[in-house]
Ligand binder design. Structure first.
Ligand SMILES: C[S@@+](CC[C@H](N)C(=O)[O-])C[C@H]1O[C@@H](n2cnc3c(N)ncnc32)[C@H](O)[C@@H]1O
Length: 381
């Protein structure tokens, strides 16, 4: 029995077990990351099980595959340089999900593909790979990428690991682990570079929420002859402490972007990702109300193809990440300078903490703190 055969024990599970239909577009499901947050005291092992259980949800994989910007970018990147980079090569797909990227690699002529996933979705990947006639090329391994043993080193790593705001979900360290253990020197990574951008913004829905909230609580004065307007302040403050995952219209981005991190995925280490501090200076464009920071990411594949989640591009399921600010008038060339620190949460490494300090022109320095956890995706507002 080869090492791989030992790890390939793919237990049969009913389709979509442990999964509820997704009603919101998001990555790891509510059951998964929300359970992680609520059970902050339970052992890491249970947290990881919840995370992988969330990825057994077929609807979640539909959300990703339905995102044609994402899926087409991977397909095109794999096919673009297939003669040079994929044909006859050994590939590992880290977090294969349904196996879609592994099957693209098989179509592009890979000699062998190891498709790894710790979630029960691996059972379905195996079925799909058989149904599509690629079992001779692709071996599905249900297990943690950090724990599986492959029978050989690989020429290429393919992985779709990006979370909201690039780093949420913290799957990248698993890919880097596989890189360091299994990738041959000079091997290719799909993607090979990732950049997180930030810019100033005016999110219209934040303004509307504030106006609507004040209208409601103040209007009670006329209806019941009671002053309940204090609650408007609390509701707005609560809303502004939450990280929003939401598309921002191109015209609502109020500055050129600056990059918060530029990751060479062939060399970056997991330690580099634990905490990142970046100073920034951004300059307003036009006369508008600044009410948020907008973040998005781009990744590049070997050959130069870019997958962008920018407000300038077609929407993706990652949308944009929005940090609400107290609204302030911005003029052309008003300087907004400060510093953003992104840190992996200590109690749950898949969550992120963000410390933002900034000053608008010569105004007072403002410090804000945001936690990016399962409450972040409130795009119903
Ligand atoms: C964003 S999905 C991508 C699925 C698929 N590659 C695609 O493009 O549709 C990430 C997948 O990676 C898996 N995953 C995350 N971390 C992993 C790890 N450390 N070991 C194995 N699988 C992992 C998850 O279970 C999930 O199915």
């Amino acid at each position: 029995m080869s090492k791989t055969e030992g790890a390939v024990e793919v237990a049969q599970a009913p389709l979509g077990e442990a999964a509820q239909p997704q009603t919101k577009k998001r990555r790891a499901s509510e059951n998964g990351l929300h359970a992680l947050q609520k059970n902050g005291s339970v052992e890491d092992k249970n947290l990881e099980e919840s995370y992988f259980a969330s990825y057994s949800d077929i609807e979640l994989h539909r959300t990703m595959i339905e995102d044609s910007v994402r899926t087409n970018a991977y397909q095109q990147a794999i096919f673009q340089n297939m003669e040079e980079n994929i044909r006859g090569k050994v590939v590992v797909d880290v977090g294969c999900g349904t196996g879609i990227l592994s099957m693209f690699c098989a179509q592009a002529g890979a000699k062998k593909v190891y498709a790894i996933d710790a979630s029960k979705i691996a059972v379905h990947a195996k079925q799909l790979i058989e149904a599509n006639g690629y079992s001779n090329v692709i071996t599905v391994i249900q297990g943690k990428a950090e724990e599986v043993e492959l029978p050989e080193k690989v020429d290429v790593i393919v992985s779709e690991w990006m979370g909201y705001m690039l780093l949420y979900e913290t799957m990248l360290p698993s890919v880097l682990y596989v890189r360091d253990k299994w990738l041959k020197p000079g091997g290719k990574m799909y993607p090979e570079r990732a950049v997180l951008h930030m810019a100033l913004g005016e999110a219209q829905w934040i303004t509307k929420y504030e106006e609507g909230t004040y209208d409601f609580w103040v209007s009670l004065n006329h209806v019941y002859n009671l002053d309940m307007s204090l609650l408007a302040d609390h509701a707005v403050a609560r809303y502004k402490d939450v990280v929003h995952v939401h598309m921002v219209a191109q015209e609502d981005v109020l500055s050129l972007p600056t990059s918060i991190c530029d990751l060479d995925l062939t060399t970056i280490t997991p330690e580099d990702l634990r905490t990142m501090t970046r100073p920034f200076s951004l300059y307003g464009m036009g006369s508008r109300q600044l009410n948020c920071i907008v973040l998005w990411f781009d990744v590049w594949f070997p050959g130069g193809l870019k997958l962008s989640t920018s407000p300038d591009n077609e929407d993706t399921h990652w949308q944009n990440t929005v940090l609400p600010l107290a609204a302030v008038a911005l003029q052309q060339d008003t300087k907004v300078a400060g510093q953003l620190t992104i840190t992996q949460d200590l109690s749950n490494h898949r969550f992120l903490n963000m410390d933002l300090t900034y000053r608008v022109d010569k105004g007072e320095e403002v410090t804000r703190y945001y936690k990016m956890d399962d409450n972040c995706n409130d795009n119903d507002f």
